[in-house]
Every structure is written in structure tokens, then in C-alpha cells.
Write a protein that binds this ligand. Sequence first.
Ligand SMILES: NC(=O)c1ccc[n+]([C@@H]2O[C@H](COP(=O)([O-])OP(=O)(O)OC[C@H]3O[C@@H](n4cnc5c(N)ncnc54)[C@H](OP(=O)(O)O)[C@@H]3O)[C@@H](O)[C@H]2O)c1
Length: 375
Amino acid sequence: MSFIKKAKTKAAVKYNALMVVGIRVFLAKRLSAQTLNRVDLTGKRAIVTGSNTGLGKATVQYLAEMGAEVYIVCRNLGKGEAARQDILKTIPHASLHLIQLDTSTLENCRKFCEDWAANGGKTIDMLFHNAGIGCPPSPDNLFSPDGFEHMYMTNFLSNVVLTHGLERFFAPDAKVIMTSSPGVYVANFSPDFAKQSTKNTMEPGFNYIKDAHPKPANSVVYSSTKLMQLCFARNLMRKWKAEGKGYIAHAYNPGYAASDFFEKEGVKTSKRKDDLIWWMLTWLKAPMPASEGCKTGVMLAIDNSKKVTDKAGFLWDRMKWRTSTIDLYDDKMLDRMWDRWCNDTGIEWSIVPQDSTTASKASVDEPAVIISEKN
Ligand SMILES: NC(=O)c1ccc[n+]([C@@H]2O[C@H](COP(=O)([O-])OP(=O)(O)OC[C@H]3O[C@@H](n4cnc5c(N)ncnc54)[C@H](OP(=O)(O)O)[C@@H]3O)[C@@H](O)[C@H]2O)c1
């Protein structure tokens, strides 16, 4: 099994997909509890987006329990305050703050970073990119105010803007944790992905161009945004290692966990013929508790051991790193994705050290190595 896990082949990836999607999702409720070792986080500061409920709230609970000062970041302050009060009932001495952020626009994310600076620019030890949706806010409104497909913006581009904008406040060993998904095992990008920035289209990688193709299932688009988070973690690690920085970026799969995610209109009401995955998960009704699903993410944020940090930028799942499709991508493909995200967000952020003379950057016109269903 460990041979297959470490083999860099498509068979390994498919094996993992079968294990995770086929078995762990179906048996989520019956999986044994994972062991999360507690550490003293006194003096540490964490930001968790989308943490008024679900996995984010459970993450805040663990961090607060271990003594961290935690910023509950959410789009609805009323819901955020309710979550804060709820956590304070069990952890009365918790140091919990509330900040409003709707991650569905570039401007909101940029402003969050500016406000953080204006409010003293406190050091950040842990940044959790957790806010996410499995469908657009309404079926008639596929695009964010910036013109990006909603899930791409809310689930992913926000991660890029926030990480870039907050990096200057990172502690030397800061952790950036992205809540990815079992969807990464089945997600693919089309060969056109990363070639260009096309506002008011869904990504070419999502196989949909406005008014030209039928819209793919929400779960398919969603899974691509989650695979992108993993690619982002991998790219951040390439960048930070080259720059000699000690920051760590991880993406983890929480599995199938109980939360409001499955209560949102476009997920809950999915029909089998339109969106098999969302239909199946809402029909199954057998998720594990959110407090179980978030454990791997919390572990990654607090475990500084080499066995964990050495595998930063790999997919983590039930406390272990696992092979995924991005292990089959070459650096040029990852460079092209980075360029794409920078173009989309308007950020100037080099993946290679600014003064590097040896590292070469892939041209956006060069063909990329793509792993798709056809190869
Ligand atoms: N549950 C699972 O089985 C599962 C599996 C894989 C990955 N995930 C991922 O885990 C993360 C947490 O999801 P969850 O399952 O805990 O679902 P959830 O209970 O619905 O939590 C999602 C959080 O994101 C927030 N959010 C959504 N859109 C936002 C926006 N535009 N701006 C700011 N916050 C926004 C939600 O706020 P509101 O309460 O205001 O809507 C909520 O706080 C998501 O990224 C999801 O993709 C979940």
C-alpha cells in the first residue's frame, strides 16, 4: 500500500481516488476518530475564514482550546457573533475576535489586508483559507462582481489575494492551511487552463465558456477550485523554499463532514442527472462531524515536525499525505497556473526569487503538460 501511495503514477492517483471517494466518503460516519495531539498555542495568532459554522468553527474551537488568539472571519457578523458566544460557553477564556469579510470580491480581500495593516499589522502564525461554497449564490448569477465564476473567486482567488496581502505579517514559521476536498482526486484541468485570463467566462479549465457550452455540474467546478488550492500550496512551497523563507503551506481534505455546506440551495436541491456528486452526498446523509473533519487541518497548523513540514504542498488527508494528480504536473504547468492567478487578481508576485538568475519562468504560450482523462 505504501508503495502505491508513493508511486508517481496515474494508477496511484486512481487508487487513492477509489479509497477516498469510493470508501471514505460512503463510510464517513463510521470512520474511527482521528487523534489530534494538543499543544500549547498561547501567544499564537490565527485567522480562520468562513468560521461562523462548520469546519471553520470547529477549527476555531480547537485552536482556542489550545490557547491561541483567533480571528473569526465571516461575511455575516451576526452569525459570527453567535458562533463566538457559542464557543465562549465551552471555552470562557478564549481570545476570540470577529472581522467581517465576504470573499466573493477581490476588493473585499484586498481591503481586509489593508485594514489588518492599518490596525497594527499584528503577526500572523496561522492563516486558514476555509470559506467556501459548492454552488453559485443563485443559478442565474454565475459570476462574481469581478467577473469570475463564483466558486473560483470565493473558494480560491480569495486565498491568493489574502496570502499575498498578509504575507508581510507572517511569523517566520507561519502556516497557511487550505481546506481542500475529496474532489481533488477526481478534478482535472483542461489543456487551455492557465493560458489566459477571460473574465465573464468560467475558466476554460472548467470546460465552459459563457453562452458557448453547457454549464458543468457545480460539483465539477467546485472540485477544480479545490484542486487549485492544492496547486497553490505546492507553488507557495516552491516559492518560499527558493526564497529561503520558513513559511509552510498545506492543503488538506477534510473528507465528508456535516455542515451547512449541504444545506445551501444549489447543493441541497441537486438532481441526480445534473449533479451526481452533490445529489449523492445529500442523499447519503452520512457525514462525519465537522469537529472530526477539521482535525487534519488543525494538526497541519500546529505540528512543526519534519515529517509533516517536509510534505507541505502535498495533499493531506486523515493526518497523512497522499499522492494526487498534481504530483504528476511539471513545474512549467505550475508556473503557468501561478501566472494565471496573478493575472486574474492583478497581483505582481513572482514565483521565483526576485533576484534569481537561474530559475526560468514558463512562457504563457508554451504548451503545458496536462494530466487529463485522455492521457
Ligand atoms: N463539509 C464537507 O464535507 C467538506 C468537504 C470538503 C471540503 N469542504 C470545504 O470546507 C470548507 C468549509 O465548509 P463547511 O463544510 O464547513 O461548510 P459551511 O458550514 O457552509 O461553511 C462555509 C463557510 O464559508 C462561509 N462563506 C461562504 N461564502 C462566503 C463568502 N463569500 N465570504 C465569506 N465567507 C463565506 C460560510 O458563511 P455563511 O455561513 O455566511 O454561508 C461559512 O462560514 C469549505 O471551503 C468547503 O469547500 C467541506
